[in-house]
Ligand binder design. Structure first.
Ligand code: GAL
Length: 346
């Protein structure tokens, strides 16, 4: 059963909805603005449901926001240096919404679009058609994002097709706090990333093309580590971002198989999270740009480091770095990627 409620209106007066699915074990609320996850309630060790993702109370907050809370990010997630991409030997200038660079699809990325919604078995399918030239991207792109809740697992399936060669690199930008949002920071929560390497950034958070081993660095999350352990380290990458904000190279990526990229848990709540994907990279972002603005649920402040993201993705700034997998979708090909958030108890 899906409960459909009003979620307010966009600036241009279009109605927005909140879709809630509850299967007796977990509950997810989704909205068609940004095809975003608004809340995700899972049981803690005492069987109490805890909402483990950041979100807002109405559509306008998503339209006006700049934190990408729970949103679908596209056409290209993360940063592109100078907003320039290359396709078939031709360069295209995209919109530049973060200084000279493009971040998360431009000024009005997929996170700000009003998607069509359709109820499917155990879930909701959102559809958006991005016209040729939107934010500078060539060709039309038809995108479907399906959220499916089974038990305490939320699967997100991405499908896209284009009428010409283009870029497609979608992600979900959920911010997690495994103690439940509003219950302090995430510094004591543990994260494990199944990656032996990470991509290094310049001071503008743009990958330089260098891929380094995590060995003997604070970027080593091969065994579970508390986020607070190295977050204030003077390691250059961490200083640049004022916390964690890099892309890790997922071990055993083969382009097809859906594999475990990361795990996280809180000893306090007992809640565990496993992140699976068939994408090549994962961004651990420790909420360094969260600034206490009162935009959260029930107007709550969203404080610095009060949640973390594990964004499955193509490596950022791939067009400037030929050694990275290229997020190119050829005309007629089907983009078919999956991200899974699987919850449990320690
Ligand atoms: C992340 C990115 C951060 C920041 C954030 C949005 O994906 O890695 O640098 O831009 O999104 O505030």
């Amino acid at each position: 059963m899906v409960k459909i409620e009003s979620f307010g209106k966009t600036k241009s007066g279009k109605k927005v909805f909140l879709y809630t699915l509850n299967n007796g074990k977990a509950e997810v609320s989704l909205t068609n603005i940004g095809a975003a996850v608004v809340s995700l309630k899972v049981p803690d060790k005492n069987s109490c449901l805890k909402d483990v993702v950041l979100g807002c109370d109405c559509a306008l907050r998503y339209e006006n926001g700049d934190k990408y809370l729970g949103a679908t990010v596209g056409r290209c997630s993360n940063r592109i240096k100078n907003g320039i991409i290359f396709l078939n030997g031709k360069s295209f200038q995209l919109s530049q919404n973060e200084g000279d660079n493009q971040l998360h699809g431009g000024f009005e990325g997929f996170n700000k679009k009003l998607w069509d919604a359709e109820i499917i078995e155990n879930g909701i399918k959102f559809t958006y058609i991005s016209p040729d030239g939107e934010e500078g991207y060539p060709s039309m792109l038809k995108t479907e994002v399906s959220y499916i809740l089974t038990g305490t697992t939320l699967e997100i399936h991405y499908k896209a097709i284009s009428d010409g060669d283009t870029v497609c690199a979608l992600t979900n930008h959920s911010y997690f706090n495994l103690d439940g949002v509003g219950n302090g920071d995430i510094l004591s929560q543990y994260v494990q990333i199944f990656a032996e390497q990470f991509t290094t950034n310049d001071e503008h958070s743009l990958p330089t093309g260098e891929i380094l081993s995590v060995k003997d660095t604070p970027m080593d999350f091969l065994t579970p580590k508390q986020l607070g352990a190295d977050i204030n380290s003077d390691y250059e990458q961490i200083k640049f971002a004022k916390g964690f904000d890099n892309n890790w190279v997922i071990k055993n990526y083969d382009g097809k198989s859906i594999i475990t990229a990361a795990k996280a848990f809180s000893k306090h709540s007992g809640i565990t999270l496993e992140v699976l994907t068939n994408l090549p990279g994962i961004q651990l972002y420790s909420g360094n740009f969260l600034d206490g603005a009162g935009i959260g649920k029930k107007g709550a402040e969203i404080k610095n480091r009060s949640a973390f993201c594990l964004e499955c993705q193509y490596f950022p700034n791939a067009f400037a770095n030929e050694n990275f997998p290229q997020p190119v979708l050829k005309a007629g090909e089907v983009y078919d990627k999956t991200i899974i958030y699987k919850f449990g108890i320690i």
